[in-house]
Design a protein around this ligand. Sequence first.
Ligand code: NAD
Length: 488
Amino acid sequence: MIQTQLYIDGQWQSPIDQGTRAIVSPADESVIAQAAEATRADARLAIAAARRAFDGPWRQTTIRDRARLLNKIAELIDRDAEKLAHLESLNTGKTLTESRTDMGDIAATFRYFAGLVASESGAVNEAPHHVISRTLREPVGVCGLITPWNYPLLQAAWKIAPALGAGNTVVIKPSNLTPLTTHHFTQLVAELDLPPGVFNLVTGGAEVGAELAESLDVDLVSFTGGAFAGESIMKAATGNFKRIGLELGGKNPNIVFADADLDAAVDYALNAAFFHAGQVCSAGSRLMVEDSIYDAFIGRLAERLPRIVIGNGFHGETQMGPVQSAQQHEKILGMVQAGIAEGARLVHGGKRPAGDVYKQGYWLEPTLLADVTADMKIAKEEIFGPVITAERFRSEEEALRAANDTPYGLAAAVWTRDLDKANRMSRALRFGTVWVNDYHPYFPEAPWGGYKASGIGRELARIGLDEYTELKHSYINLAPKAMGWFGA
Ligand code: NAD
């Protein structure tokens, strides 16, 4: 049985009140680990350690030291990639193939930020000859990093790499449903003999996250998760006007025009919606298809859905695992029922698959709800499960209006062979990422984040590093002379 601990001030330790939480396999509901469940008191210790480390010698590290650190972490991730991928699949239920891809992306993220950090240099500004004016980038300070359960280590990496790379100290709080890979990652960091307090792990629930958001000793909070927690973090952050980054949910339209390559569009419509059983913030669960091809498109999806292999993520033939928790399972089934009650047509799925192996665990069939209209709850709210809702549209204008008519703005996709239309739609869709004739790719080099209620700020790319820095104007007068302005 795996047992996890907290990592505070360079020491592995149990929570002050000895709290633990059983971590359950989504595939069969067996207990796979006992995780340390921290409280606010533990979070305060971690924050204090991070504060001391930031105010101490860590500030003297050079960009070379920090670039080397990130590259070293990437090497350790490569070394333990198989172990980490197993833990991620065990804890989240996702297929091993997906977890292996995550680990490759995580190592790439650390290497990308290592390169960026190494190339970082301040600017010397034009100024009078007796003045040295420089623009300097400095770390923000103590960073509280709060991550969700769907991509536990990937989301952590998007935050940890730039935070450490920019010279900050870190307190990370993974979701208390999925702490295992972040715990193993911390073991890797512990191999590196960083000064105590530079990197701290506090596993626990909302109260630990809330402490990070409220603490006057935390300078920045970067959060990935749902709108409810995001809102409370934003409010709490006003206590010391700490910097915040919020990566929130999405309601992401996947828009298929009649002139698209339909073989590819059908195939990717499944990938967009059922990757990681739809538990992806950018999942293309809101399918919008042009009227003239709508019925044929739904027919082609209906043929494919029963062939999707649902199973344990460790089995090689599995294409889709379970959803992560009992709560998600119940919520998704509730959303499907709400859709049917509002008049959507259930084409496939909407229930637990038949068979003894699916009796335990949080299994769902891939689900297709057709004849959905833009006013239905299932077209407006994030479902976060293996469900496609399919709407019909008659014109480019109608598709655009309906797609943008959502409080969210994370990701969208457009399928067409008409380059002019592709460009028009790319520009007019109010989403942080717009794919054309593809779905899901992201790169460390490209920014990730949402418009509107999908969040504040961006991760990845240069801006993903800049968010962890303060910009300073340093002005040095080399030859001060009295001005005689006042009362001379
Ligand atoms: P969640 O909001 O329930 O929890 C996220 C994290 O916040 C967890 O660590 C949780 O313990 C913590 N938390 C909960 N309440 C808190 C509070 N009041 N103060 C501080 N911390 C608190 O989200 P979740 O269910 O773990 O994740 C799913 C959500 O995350 C979905 O909405 C999904 O779209 C979103 N998400 C967004 C992105 C993105 O890049 N935009 C990526 C992944 C997931």
